[in-house]
Design a protein around this ligand. Structure first.
Ligand SMILES: [Zn+2]
Length: 153
């Protein structure tokens, strides 16, 4: 039985493969944010807007495993939504403008900042998943299903 404060309960959360060396999470997220491979930091992570490469051209790390899915848009909506709604409310207190004027100011700012931030945020999510060895980033045999404890039929 584990007791609070016991060394076994103080280990960082690992998604299996505890015998493998830990991947630095902050560095991986930062490399992904900058659009580079989370493993080597030199190869490009994206071949086109929001389209990740299948493998790093520099170190050969497979990156097709990434499953960032809906998380980058959720993060962008959360962050940009707070910034633009907060900005609208603050400027409206100082300079009361018509709703159409506010819309003409804040709608383009919202679209532009969302377009500029979604790819770095997607890269950061991919770097985070790589650091956690999620979705096949752990170099495991792709035909092995650890949930079933055996090969995939
Ligand atoms: Zn690489």
């Amino acid at each position: 039985m584990s007791v609070p404060g016991d060394q076994t309960t103080q280990q960082p959360l690992r998604y299996g493969q505890a015998d493998r060396p830990e991947r630095p999470m902050g560095r991986s997220i930062l490399r992904g944010f900058k659009g580079t491979c989370p493993k080597c930091g030199t190869g490009r992570l994206f071949r086109a807007f929001l389209k990740p490469v299948d493998a790093c051209a520099s170190c050969g790390e497979d990156l097709h495993h990434q499953r960032s899915d809906d998380l980058p848009p959720y993060i962008v909506i959360f962050v940009i939504g707070h910034v633009t709604v907060g900005g609208f409310m603050m400027t409206d207190m100082v300079w009361p403008l018509s709703m159409w004027t506010h819309l003409a100011i804040w709608a383009p700012i919202t679209v532009l900042t969302a377009m500029l931030s979604i790819q770095p945020i997607k890269g950061a999510v991919i770097g985070w998943q790589w650091a956690l060895r999620m979705h096949g980033f752990g170099d495991e045999d792709e035909h092995f299903d650890p949930g079933r404890g055996g090969p995939v039929e």
